[in-house]
Design a protein around this ligand. Sequence first.
Ligand SMILES: O=c1nc2n(C[C@H](O)[C@H](O)[C@H](O)CO)c3cc(O)ccc3cc-2c(=O)[nH]1
Ligand SMILES: C[C@H]1O[C@@H](n2cnc3c(N)ncnc32)[C@H](O)[C@@H]1O
Ligand code: SF4
Length: 317
Amino acid sequence: MFQVSYSPALTLVPTYECFNYCTYCNFRVNPGTDTWMSISQAASILESVKSHYVCEILILSGEVHPHSAKRRAWFQRIYDICQLALERGFLPHTNVGPLSYEEMAHLKGVNASMGLMLEQMTPELLKTVHRYAPSKVPQVRLEQLEWAGKLQIPFTTGILMGIGENKADWWETLEAIAQLHITYGNIQEVILQPYSPGNRQTWDAPGFDPHLLPEVVAAARQILPQDITIQIPPNLVADIGGLIACIEAGASDLGGLVPKDEVNPDYPHLELGKLTEVLNFAGWELVPRLPVYPQYDSWLPIPMQQLVKDWRTNIEM
Ligand SMILES: O=c1nc2n(C[C@H](O)[C@H](O)[C@H](O)CO)c3cc(O)ccc3cc-2c(=O)[nH]1
Ligand SMILES: C[C@H]1O[C@@H](n2cnc3c(N)ncnc32)[C@H](O)[C@@H]1O
Ligand code: SF4
């Protein structure tokens, strides 16, 4: 049977506070209105999932401005949470917005892979949804992918669709990812993320029409090099039929199946058993994977390589 993968994951949020105002966001709160996650809080969450089936710890955060006096403490908290997760035997994947080259280099030491969505390359969105979101300047984000390449960090990126871009913009952004990967070889997966409204975004637009997704998947499969996996979030598609259509069009990963989707809390995941069953029925086997793809194992810091090796024998039974 053909296989579709997912990552057994848990999300930790160091802080929801963010200096950007992406108008489609349901995650952010205003700077200064949130208490950051403490290390002991993180420790007790990790303790509570110990017996469960979790490998990846996704560290997803709101952002502190690069020139803010609080930036150093923010970064240190993220680093400490990664280190803690690693010590407890989990594999961290950090996605906390653009980093300085030095910050990224430090985080490489405590992450199995890292991520940042390219969103869309068109500068037009800086006049609309990203008007007050300096972190979303396309060149800044593309440079992040490049730095990750130079630092040999296995990387997850993707496009967010339905935020005011057009079709040509999708292909341009996917081409940019393809080019980057041809140069640096560090893009392990690309997420095709449909914008999905919740209760808190200020942008008044309908969600991305999920019926268009299979077509985007098929085109992305043509544009992206074969060794890049295409990921579809199963909770943001219309229904099971839509999900199967995406898989048949070339998506082969469902991303992190988490207890709570922190970015889209209004869209719960199907229970793992149920998802396994419906995929089986359509002829697909759902298999767990690590946050780092096997071809990148040799890029990881030496101490992490043994842990990854252990996870591979445990998880890929
Ligand atoms: O549960 C989620 N996981 C998200 N993930 C995690 C993803 O599903 C995978 O678990 C990781 O990429 C590891 O392979 C992201 C990772 C990124 O690097 C960039 C964006 C996302 C977005 C989400 C998300 O909205 N919800
Ligand atoms: C972590 C990633 O989540 C995505 N993101 C942010 N808000 C939404 C939303 N309402 N719907 C779907 N994806 C969203 C962005 O692409 C961001 O980079
Ligand atoms: S999408 Fe990320 S950068 Fe934009 S407001 Fe939300 S948390 Fe901040």
